[in-house]
Design a protein around this ligand. Sequence first.
Ligand SMILES: *Cc1c(COP(=O)(O)O)cnc(C)c1O
Length: 418
Amino acid sequence: MTLSTDRTDRTGRAPAAGARSSAELIAAESGVLAHNYHPLPVVIAGAEGVWMEDVEGRRYLDMLAGYSALNFGHRHPALVEAAHRQLDELTLTSRAFHNDRLAAFAEGLAELTGLDMTLPMNTGVEAVESGIKVARKWAYDVKGVAPDRATIVVAADNFHGRTTTVVGFSTDPVARNGFGPYAPGFRVVPFNDLAAMEAAVDETTAAVLIEPIQGEAGVLIPDDGYLTGVRELTRRAGALFIADEIQSGLGRTGTTLAVDHESVLPDVLLLGKALGGGIVPVSAVVARREVLSVLHPGQHGSTFGGNPLAAAVGGAVIGLLRTGEYQRRAAELGEVLRDGLTALTGQGVVGFRSRGLWAGVDVDPSIGTGREISERLMREGVLVKDTHGSTLRLAPPLTITRGELEWALSRLAAVLAS
Ligand SMILES: *Cc1c(COP(=O)(O)O)cnc(C)c1O
């Protein structure tokens, strides 16, 4: 499939005989799929770069990028090629055996992050769970915390995924309520509040776990100095600093990692989403050797973690980031995004926060809910996702051009003006 950037130019996707329409597919899904999402009423059938196409051949600019899993756009040629090549060689061994792709993947992550060792997993929340396990084990084996007493300090309004342990320390009632009993051992403090964090940290603290920028909460950016403060505070307290960069990392904010904005190196980094290039689920715990060395054979594992297909695609993602091109694009186009949103402030936008190609935009609630604005943008050919009431999250692929970004902003302006 080839897509031009003019969305009035239909590719003429010919519906196969008997193929179902978008409306029919949406109705069919409703009966057979759990309703744990509330998707926009659009059924995507193909995509390339920043453009997606629905079943009827309508084209949309992707301003969500799979919640940053598609930082390099849909079907980036280098990533698709790496996947194809690996599909023809080897896809899975389990970690019962070595595979010939894993060493290079972990070496690449070490070089990219400045840390030493990698624990490969699959989904983001598995990296979070694995980071929690490693931090607790480190607290008992290295720090000397009494058995089963380890605590982890987290931030209010966090989003770290959906498992039972992780929703237990969420402060979002929709994500949390109804799934107890919740795992103990977590202390919640306000985000961007070093004094509160300092007060919560004590001799039982294994780690502080935060998102350097809170994505799901609406792209909340802490004050300058917060990350440095967390680094100093945890070092003083002899606790680990775990940065969940699953959404903020890998180029999104204009640097490889969001912690790079303060030149801070955490003890443990959690990566996911874009690490799989939008092709396969790939996540990783990347940490100092002293930390990951607490794990011994049998104490943790994953059947698919570190599989050769994931390692090959992840390795190709690291190769793209090594060029610096995507970080640079995010930084430069981030200025265009910020200027555009500044111009819309007072014109339907009541406030926004942005860093790189990532923005949380609060729209005037009298114009509509975030959901309603998203639906109107969909009809204009722009796909975004609302988060929490009247906030839109903008996170296009880092491959977007300036012209495409300005077009998306013009569609937002039109929707807010109507
Ligand atoms: C998406 C996300 C996760 C969970 O990742 P999954 O792959 O959905 O399990 C964890 N932390 C952050 C910051 C995320 O954005």
